[in-house]
Design a protein around this ligand. Structure first.
Ligand SMILES: [Zn+2]
Length: 271
């Protein structure tokens, strides 16, 4: 079976997307084709909340990474999925990405499973500011960091290598002095329950599931494949390399996301 036939036969898709969707927008993937870590593991939630030096390191690297990450544009994969939504074929799109590129491409029914990197929130009083505003504050407090450059990692952090972060000034919440954290689910942190419940509801309502660009190694995404399988829904996945759910798949397409979805432009969609 081809992916085109799968999409034609199953008119309401529950779509789960991962890092593979955004690599062609210049946002690197966490994992290689075997599903193992490509680089140092990202910041853990507990370390971020309890260690000043972890927050210094995170925000120093983020200051540099954001210049790149904040300007990433949607690619052909995001546009193809937005087109599927306009044709009424998407029950709900759930993304593990925090880059908001599906929304930038025009998708409206998106659940940001792991949150969004363009918003920063106070862990004490829940005040929210834009990442762009925080960037100005980070640069105002740490002007000497403007000169550094680096390749950015998937969470907008930057791959700086080892450096002394102890002089980096991390701004507290303006309102209450609390700890500011990007509005993303860190490793070691749970996805909010209502977000999972809403997504699960849509798994039940969909005809089939389509995974795009995820190895499903993180349980927060894998659980939706488990649920779809439990409901007897056919599951297709587009991913370069192995996924954790390979034995549950009806169809596996080992291509780049953009190449696999290209037929949406070439052949158009039914009706
Ligand atoms: Zn606060």
């Amino acid at each position: 079976m081809r992916l085109q036939d799968f999409i034609q036969h199953h008119r309401r898709l529950f779509v789960l997307t991962g890092a593979g969707c955004s690599t062609e927008s210049g946002i690197p993937d966490y994992r290689d084709a075997d599903g193992s870590w490509k680089r140092a593991q990202p910041v853990m939630f507990k370390a971020f909340m309890t260690e000043t030096q972890t927050r210094q390191r995170y925000w120093a690297r983020s200051l540099i990474g954001w210049r790149h990450f904040g300007h990433a544009r949607p690619n052909a994969t995001h546009h193809a999925l937005a087109r599927l939504e306009k044709h009424g074929q998407i029950e709900r799109l759930v993304t593990q990405n925090v880059d908001r590129l599906h929304q930038a491409a025009g998708s409206t029914d998106v659940i940001d499973l792991h949150g969004r990197l363009d918003i920063v929130l106070c862990m004490t009083c829940d005040a929210r500011i834009t990442r762009e505003d925080l960037q100005k504050e980070l640069l105002r407090l740490n002007p000497e960091w403007e000169q550094f450059d680096a390749h950015s990692a998937p969470d907008g952090d930057a791959d700086l290598g080892i450096r002394d972060f102890s002089t980096f000034e991390v701004p507290p919440c303006e309102r209450c002095g609390g700890i500011l954290k990007p509005d993303v689910v860190f490793f070691g942190e749970s996805v909010p329950r209502d977000r999972v419940d809403t997504a699960m509801l849509h798994v039940g309502q969909a005809d089939a599931m389509l995974v795009v660009g995820s190895s499903l190694m993180v349980y927060s995404g894998y659980r939706f494949v488990e649920a779809a399988a439990r409901h007897g829904k056919p599951i297709a996945a587009v991913n370069l390399g192995r996924t954790r759910a390979d034995e549950l798949l009806t169809l596996k397409v080992e291509q780049s996301c953009a190449a696999a979805l290209e037929f949406i432009w070439r052949a158009g969609l039914p009706r």
